[in-house]
Design a binder for this molecule. Structure first.
Ligand SMILES: C[S@@+](CC[C@H](N)C(=O)[O-])C[C@H]1O[C@@H](n2cnc3c(N)ncnc32)[C@H](O)[C@@H]1O
Length: 290
């Protein structure tokens, strides 16, 4: 995956700050709940896959945490985010490949050929603190689907065929490695808030085309996003039916490594313009060190 390609994706979304205000608020609410319910301390916060940070409730986080470390592969996007913070001294920036395959796999073709054999190498040595809270800012699905950016393959990123299943397996291997490394960086009761865009609800307003998860989701929520909580009971079915986005599954080992306290469902109103309506259902898993 070239960094230029990630940079293009972040340029695409750099001005969505206002549109994502409601999503940012709901993330803030989830983080507050984690702090209150699971006794997270206000020392060091680690934000992974921050990009432009349009989904980060930065004022709230600055008011809570003593130090905030931000991670991404796209340094220019991180600098856009940093230009909006109040107290720059609180922030540290680290450029890290969270997939552990970026140096080894450069194109969609290579990814397809090596999906079952590649061994992710994840190096978090630039992170030199113990963290109270680690937040995944929805980077997980980008680790693999970004290789297909601009192609027709994996529109919506669904795991619906043999290749999808291979990529799903690779994503599990990456996340298992990543969680193992993150666990070493957590304080003893530290929490990983693993937020991941899981279902894509998309309609092309010109062609009428819709993404595969759209109808099942709309049926369950009865056409009303206030019922988004109803989706949690159907999550495993979405995974079984191949309707979830590649990279969105929690790897099974997470249950042995952490106490999976709960999970929340959030609506990310991603894009609404004259061509398309696109929303994501994001699940936020609370994984506590034990
Ligand atoms: C969905 S975006 C997050 C949205 C973002 N918070 C924003 O408002 O721009 C996911 C982020 O993951 C980053 N990312 C993708 N692959 C990565 C990798 N292998 N290592 C580190 N970061 C990666 C992208 O650069 C992007 O900024």
């Amino acid at each position: 995956m070239s960094i230029e390609q990630l940079a293009l994706m972040n340029i695409d979304t750099k001005d969505r700050g206002e549109d994502w205000a409601q999503y940012r608020r709901s993330i803030g609410q989830v983080i507050r709940t984690c702090i209150e319910r699971y006794g997270v301390n206000n020392g060091n916060l680690l934000l992974l896959g921050v990009g432009n940070g349009n989904d980060i409730p930065v004022e709230l986080l600055e008011s809570i945490f003593n130090s905030i470390t931000i991670v991404d592969l796209d340094e220019v996007a991180l600098d856009r985010f940093l230009s909006r913070v109040s107290d720059k001294k609180k922030f540290n920036k680290a450029i890290i490949d969270l997939s552990g395959i970026n140096n080894q796999v450069k194109s969609a073709k290579e990814l397809i050929n090596q999906a079952t054999s590649i061994q992710p190498v994840i190096d978090l040595s630039k992170l030199n603190k113990k963290y109270d809270l680690v937040v995944n800012c929805c980077f997980s699905t980008q680790l693999l689907t970004s290789y297909f950016y601009g192609t027709n393959e994996f529109q919506g990123g669904n795991v619906s065929n043999e290749l999808g299943e291979k990529l799903h397996g690779l994503s599990n291997r990456i996340h298992y490695k990543l969680f193992s490394e993150l666990k070493k960086k957590l304080v003893s009761n530290g929490v990983v808030l693993h937020m991941t865009d899981t279902l894509e609800i998309k309609q092309n307003k010109i062609t009428g085309e819709i993404s595969p998860a759209t109808i099942p989701v709309v049926n369950i929520i009865k056409g009303d996003w206030r019922n988004i909580g109803l989706l949690t009971g159907h999550l495993s079915q979405f995974f079984e039916d191949g309707l979830s986005i590649i990279g969105s599954a929690l790897p099974p080992e997470a249950h042995d490594m952490f106490a999976v306290r709960t999970y929340f469902s959030l609506l990310w109103e991603f894009l609404h313009d004259e061509q398309e309506d696109r929303n994501y259902v994001v699940f936020a898993y609370v994984l506590q060190n034990q």
